[in-house]
Design a protein around this ligand. Sequence first.
Ligand code: FES
Length: 67
Amino acid sequence: MYVCLCNKVTDKQLKQAVENGSHSIIALQHSLAIGTNCGSCLDMAKSLLSESLDELLTQNPDIYYAA
Ligand code: FES
């Protein structure tokens, strides 16, 4: 499903970016350009970011302590 229509970013791309180290909206804006046009996707992007971080921490709690 598309999260950001302006930049054609899907939920799978967002999740993959989080797994690759984009752990904030600012980081996702840099890596995927999500929310950098009209901004109407930012609420959904924040929600999916939170879900993805929760999944990541559940799978690997040690990542919280990584630098
Ligand atoms: S839908 Fe994401 S910037 Fe417009």
